[in-house]
Design a protein around this ligand. Structure first.
Ligand code: DAH
Length: 352
């Protein structure tokens, strides 16, 4: 009796070992557990049949049955852990997030990236101005009416103050600066005592229709030099030196009278259109000339607004159109390309 029971237990364990290897899911394991260890399972059946055995047989077979039961339970747990591991591995290889992806994308783009052409030209200009002893200043995009207009001697009736030309804030006291000239005033306030010279690059905003050479958002570089006994001759010499540095060659220029409330006298400095070589194109509006740098001798009222005594000091100021310069440099025939967000366009400058 005892040996046949032991044989049955051994056979049961062997069969279980084959079955457990074939079970591939947790549901199959649960099924197996019920089949072997459940109340109506095989092991319970064997134990139930012990009821007629001698107490000794019952004890020894019972002990062996418990050992077999323990081993089966352990193997079931092992099999379950293996199934879980397999499931995790499957998920890891099929459904995973590469947390290094952003970095690897960046690594790729580092190769392909580059500065925007406006930034390239702005930085080059900054270097040229630094070498000429200018400081580089900055100012806010959101300005007050005082800095943008009043302090710059722009009369109340000037059309630039119009709702149509300027992006005003609802309070009608603040606006998006229409030029970088506001930094003339901020610069004088900061520098206090002449002589000094500085440039201020940045964005300017105008509420106007766009075309090949006009945009609502564009870039300027304001410049100012204040000292004693400064003349138009200084201004012209300075501009010629600057432009030959910028274009790396002699550029034809012309000076026309121009009106800007913050300078007196005021000038328009034009350069020969480098896109069409002066023969006429959409950028120069068929004139062969491109307005590049309005300038003039600083108006005494502006010096007063900046806290400088016009009886003692004078100087000049100029406004460089950065986008125009970029267009000349790279022969771009439409300003709207610059901020189109078209990567195919900007990528061309990646190695510049
Ligand atoms: N702020 C003027 C504009 O945006 C440009 C300008 C003209 C600046 C004459 C100057 C200047 O400094 O002297 O149209």
């Amino acid at each position: 009796m005892e040996s046949s029971m032991k044989d049955r237990l051994q056979a049961l364990e062997k069969r279980f070992e084959i079955d457990v290897q074939e079970a591939e899911t947790e549901a199959a394991l649960a099924d197996l557990k019920a089949r072997y260890l459940g109340k109506k399972g095989v092991l319970s059946g064997i134990l139930r049949s012990l009821k007629d055995a001698t107490p000794e047989d019952r004890r020894s077979v019972g002990r062996l049955a418990n050992v077999v039961k323990g081993r089966i339970e352990t193997k079931l747990l092992d099999a379950r852990a293996a199934i879980e591991r397999t499931a995790i591995n499957v998920t890891l290889t099929s459904d995973w997030t590469d947390i290094t992806l952003r970095r690897s994308l960046r690594a790729v783009s580092v190769k392909e990236s580059g500065l925007h052409p406006v930034t390239i030209v702005q930085r080059e200009l900054e270097d040229i101005f630094l070498s000429m002893g200018f400081d580089i200043l900055d100012g806010p995009h959101i300005e007050t009416e005082w800095y943008n207009f009043t302090a710059l001697n722009v009369p109340q009736t000037h059309p630039a103050r119009d709702m149509q030309d300027t992006f005003w804030f609802k309070d009608m006291k603040h606006l998006l600066r229409t030029h970088t000239s506001c930094i003339q005033i901020r610069g004088m306030e900061q520098k206090k005592t002449p002589p000094f010279r500085f440039v201020a690059p940045g964005k300017a905003f105008r509420c106007e229709a766009t075309d090949a050479s006009h945009e609502a958002v564009f870039h300027q570089m304001e410049g100012m030099l204040i000292g004693k006994d400064i003349s138009v001759a200084h201004l012209i010499y300075f501009e010629k030196t600057l432009l030959s540095e910028i274009f790396n060659r002699d550029v034809e220029i012309r000076l026309r009278p121009g009106f800007f409330p913050f300078v007196e006298p005021g000038f328009e400095l034009d350069i020969n259109c480098l896109i069409c070589d002066g023969t006429g194109c959409s950028v120069c509006r068929q004139s062969g000339w491109v307005e590049l740098m309005p300038c003039g001798m600083t108006h005494p009222n502006v010096l007063i607004s900046g806290g400088i005594d016009p009886e003692v000091y004078n100087g000049f100021a100029f406004g460089l159109g950065l986008d125009r310069l970029v267009m000349m440099r790279y022969q771009i025939d439409d300003i709207r390309h610059l901020h189109s967000g078209n990567v195919d366009f900007t990528r061309q400058f990646a190695d510049c």
